[in-house]
Design a binder for this molecule. Structure first.
Ligand SMILES: NC(=O)C1=CN([C@@H]2O[C@H](COP(=O)(O)OP(=O)(O)OC[C@H]3O[C@@H](n4cnc5c(N)ncnc54)[C@H](OP(=O)(O)O)[C@@H]3O)[C@@H](O)[C@H]2O)C=CC1
Ligand SMILES: N[C@@H](CC=O)C(=O)O
Ligand code: NA
Length: 427
């Protein structure tokens, strides 16, 4: 008879049902990997009467967290309900009950990571959270284990499946923002409040986790410069395409001379760049290490089975630690204090759309604003807008964030209006 390891799930939605499915369908592989029979015993949900799309395979549904916390046959608690305050309380109580925790909750890790890791260590519990960033891609293990020997310089990529799905469909099929957001929700990619996806908050939380692990620095959500895709228009996508780019929501975390900058923003990427070919809910993360150079991690970033794969792999890790008697482990967190980069040291190329009066001298005024900030043009396109106005699209050479902000402030006048501003990466 194999030793039984009991699992308690909190949440039986997209990810939770995937966890039960993988544990059931990959039972033999689980036994080979762990030497144990890993069994989901209880599942906490909000509504016990709700129809479930996947069978429970013997697990008992409950609405009472104590049913899990007080059950001594449950060793591992898997939190896949989402949210922060209640989830944090349940996880802290699980540690006090000397249980190990696996979670997919990036909101929680980005906000309370340090507190949770300290509580896990105090109680000799494991805490793993691979599913919290880039769903099924083993990016956190890649950073923490695979690149443990290197000094990480930059992490950059697509870390939100919902917005990548939306931008892909909007670009390739010209579909509307609202329609494609509903599709992403129906497919189980979006957060329960999808504003977290479209406003870049979900990606920003993932970048906090990546930067914390990559640079071992105590960064917070407030340190991320965040912009989402809500204001991206079909015209932006068309003009970008005309100039050879596709738009992606890109997260960037970079350390230069001991200071870090973190951002999430819709960004233009050359069509020939590997990130341009990352479509639908897929994610891809570039990690640049001082010694290794450039590595790229690619795979499904959201959805039931990819995300559940990461969760179940974390369960495997925990069970192995239990058998070896080496629990009390977690993906390590930050040891260095935070130093943030100055805007004058953050460089990028930019794409700008400017509407201006089609009169002699306005174009010269536009050029002068850029010259004043020492910014030169890489590409420029002028198109008629109506009888009196023209649209000018500019791609600059690399410039600092501070300089581009100063130019933008000088552009809005009675003759000119800046319509869009996006970073350009990968050239
Ligand atoms: N979906 C995805 O692709 C990914 C999701 N994640 C993360 O995984 C977590 C779960 O996401 P997902 O499965 O999509 O979410 P769902 O909304 O599909 O499922 C949430 C589940 O949690 C239960 N639940 C919610 N609030 C409570 C509560 N207060 N008490 C008890 N149970 C509760 C719900 O119960 P009921 O069924 O009764 O309503 C439901 O079963 C989130 O943190 C999310 O960010 C991470 C990576 C990818
Ligand atoms: N809503 C998230 C789910 C995975 O983290 C996303 O779309 O990436
Ligand atoms: Na992952």
């Amino acid at each position: 008879m194999k030793e039984v390891v009991g699992v308690g799930l909190i949440g039986y939605g997209t990810v939770g049902s995937g966890v039960v499915r993988i544990l059931h369908e990959h039972k033999e592989k689980m036994e080979r990997e762990t030497g144990c029979d890993v069994v989901v015993k209880k599942i906490v949900v909000r509504d016990k009467e709700k129809e479930r799309s996947y069978p429970l395979h013997g697990a008992q549904l409950t609405t009472c967290i104590e049913d899990i916390l007080e059950d001594t046959s449950i060793h591992v608690v898997v939190e896949v309900m989402g949210g922060t305050e209640e989830a944090k309380e349940y996880i802290l109580r699980a540690f006090e009950a000397k249980k190990h925790v696996v979670t997919a909750n990036k909101d929680l890790l980005a906000m309370h990571g340090e507190e949770l890791l300290n509580a896990a260590a105090r109680n000799g519990s494991d805490l793993y959270y691979e599913a919290s960033v880039a769903g099924g891609i083993p990016i956190l293990r890649g950073l923490v284990d695979g690149l443990a020997s290197d000094r990480i310089q930059k992490v950059m990529g697509i870390v939100n499946g919902t917005t990548n799905y939306m931008l892909t469909k909007m670009t390739e099929e010209g579909v509307s923002y609202e329609g494609v957001l509903r599709e992403a929700q129906a497919l189980g990619f979006a957060e329960s409040d999808p504003t977290a996806d479209v406003d870049g908050l979900d990606a920003a939380r993932k970048m906090v986790i990546l930067a914390t692990l990559g640079f071992s620095m105590k960064v917070a959500f407030e340190d991320v410069d965040v912009k989402g895709i809500r204001h991206v228009t079909q015209k932006d996508l068309q003009l970008a395409s005309q100039l050879g780019y596709v738009m992606k929501l890109i997260g960037t975390a970079e350390e230069k001379d001991g200071a870090v900058s973190i951002s999430v923003a819709p960004t233009l990427i050359p069509k020939s760049h590997p990130l341009a070919g990352v479509r639908n809910e897929y994610n891809a993360v570039y990690v640049y290490g001082e010694a290794v150079g450039q590595t790229m991690f690619y795979g499904p970033g959201a959805g039931q089975l990819p995300t559940a794969t990461a969760v179940v792999s974390d369960i495997v890790t925990v069970v192995k630690h239990m058998r070896l008697g080496t629990t009390g482990k977690a993906m390590s967190f930050a040891s260095r204090s935070k130093v943030l980069q100055d805007d004058s040291n953050i460089h990028s190329k930019y794409f700008l759309r400017v509407h201006m009066k089609d009169e002699t001298g306005t174009f010269l005024a536009l050029t002068k604003s850029f010259v004043q900030e020492n910014i030169s043009f890489d590409k420029i396109l002028q198109l008629p807008l109506d009888d009196e106005n023209a649209e000018v699209v500019v791609v600059t050479h690399s410039t600092s964030k501070k300089q581009i902000q100063q130019v933008c402030a000088s552009l809005d006048s009675q003759y000119m209006e800046m319509v869009s501003l996006y970073r350009v990466e990968g050239e």
